[in-house]
Design a protein around this ligand. Structure first.
Ligand code: GCU
Length: 421
């Protein structure tokens, strides 16, 4: 793709559409709605045990999310090559930094994904947090040893990025969002990947991971096939494949975290791939943790119009038609059960509907109960900055749509609690 096309498409992707849209933020204006039942199968059977949940209800819900929301991963074989590119001391010697390149090829095309890994120097295999980043691995911390991404990135005057290529000046540009040292000091590793390695975040699914799987003559996913979110989720599972082979990493203790569109991605990846031991959604909003039927802030129509490439085409059937959706997002969170799941909101992030994020997490608790586990205790939101940590965790913190040290502290506490660290 030519860079100038990318720039204009990226602008489109960031600014969304110009069509008039007045989001509703008033609870009193939410149309009456009923959530699809978690514990009744599609043919009306009651689901009363964890075995029944695992044997059929979970499968039905997963398949509905595939068919109507995120899209199925097409069948097909691609080649995967994994290489450790670098291994160095980092953070004044208290950590090891590794770069791992996974190259994917199919249909005579090749893409790669660079996994940047920081590991604490501990005796045992390290538990680890895996999270995508938005701007390139080199932006999470100012470490000259990190390779600049060679994938296309968004232009940015401040960092001298004019031709969609990463610059030295953008090293560490997003360090505020990444508590790397805190994570290491708490005994966890951190792995991150630039999401654009898997699929550029533009309304074009002719390249990236999708292109490697197309059948002969196909240039677009079918209506029920994957959009970008499912593509990014696929990439997280491939990183998990690598962790299973790395003797320094405890693959049974991988917590998946994501912010915003990447929070939607971490929920879908964690729902799909049960190898992830904890799933964390940071401010994921519409199409993530927030209930679609509340229609507060961003709606299904709005997200499908601004970001047509994120979901499968079938999701458009539910534009201004949320009540027809066979699922709602509490069911996505429930798919993580019995593994711990954490949903976080920010008070000023009205667009993502904090209450809708909370209610999803609350309702998912019914499935945790089947496993004898505790969900959120009441349907009333907690006070701000007061995390609740059961098998379902939740907090709403003060401040805006972002990832802060407060968020990281909560995630590490939650991981300590469940991993027994
Ligand atoms: C937009 C979009 C959200 C998304 C967010 C982000 O605001 O409407 O759905 O979560 O971008 O990813 O930052």
């Amino acid at each position: 793709m030519k860079p100038f096309i990318f720039i204009s498409l990226l602008l489109l992707s960031i600014n969304g559409i110009s069509q008039d849209f007045t989001p509703n933020y008033e609870e009193s204006k939410i149309p009456a709605y009923e959530l699809p039942p978690l514990l009744t199968s599609n043919d009306g059977k009651a689901v009363g045990t964890s075995e029944q949940w695992m044997d059929y209800r979970r499968k039905e819900i997963l398949s509905d999310f595939e068919k109507y929301v995120y899209g199925k991963i097409p069948e097909g074989d691609i080649d995967i090559k994994t290489e450790i590119i670098k291994e160095k001391n980092a953070l004044d010697g208290k950590a090891i930094m590794k770069e791992v390149k996974m190259t994917f090829s199919g249909n005579n095309q090749e893409i790669y994904m660079d996994i940047l890994i920081y590991l604490p120097k501990i005796k045992n295999k390290a538990p680890l947090i895996l999270a995508y980043n938005f701007n390139g691995n080199h932006t999470i911390i100012n470490d000259p040893n990190i390779s600049l991404t060679t994938s296309l990135v968004g232009n940015n005057k401040e960092f001298g990025i004019t031709n969609n290529r990463a610059t030295e000046a953008s090293r560490g540009a997003k360090h505020n969002r990444w508590a790397v040292e805190k994570i290491i000091d708490r005994g966890y590793g951190l792995a991150t990947i630039y999401y654009g390695d898997i699929d550029l975040d533009i309304n074009d699914l002719s390249d990236g991971i999708h292109a490697l799987f197309y059948k002969s003559g196909q240039t677009q996913p079918a209506k029920d096939e994957w959009g970008s979110i499912a593509g990014w989720a696929w990439g997280l599972s491939r990183a998990m494949d690598y962790f299973e082979d790395d003797d320094d990493i405890d693959e049974s203790k991988i917590a998946l975290m994501g912010h915003s569109r990447l929070g939607k991605t971490s929920l879908w990846a964690g729902a799909h791939d049960q190898r992830f031991a904890i799933v964390i959604s940071n401010d994921s909003g519409c199409g993530g943790a927030a209930l679609s039927r509340r229609r507060i802030g961003e709606t299904v129509w709005r997200i499908n119009t601004s970001f047509p490439h994120w979901f499968c085409d079938n999701f458009n059937e539910f534009n201004n038609n949320e009540d027809a959706l066979p699922v709602d997002q509490h069911m996505l969170i429930a798919l993580v059960a019995p593994r711990p799941v954490y949903v976080a909101s920010a008070q000023d992030d009205k667009w993502a509907d904090p209450k809708g994020e909370f209610l999803s997490a609350f309702h998912a608790g019914a499935v945790y109960k089947l496993f004898g586990l505790e969900g959120l205790p009441t349907a009333n939101m907690p006070e701000v900055n007061e995390p609740i940590m059961k098998s379902v965790g939740y907090h709403i913190r003060t401040g805006k749509h972002d990832v802060t040290d407060f968020d990281w502290e909560a995630y590490l506490d939650f991981a300590d609690k469940h991993f027994g660290n």
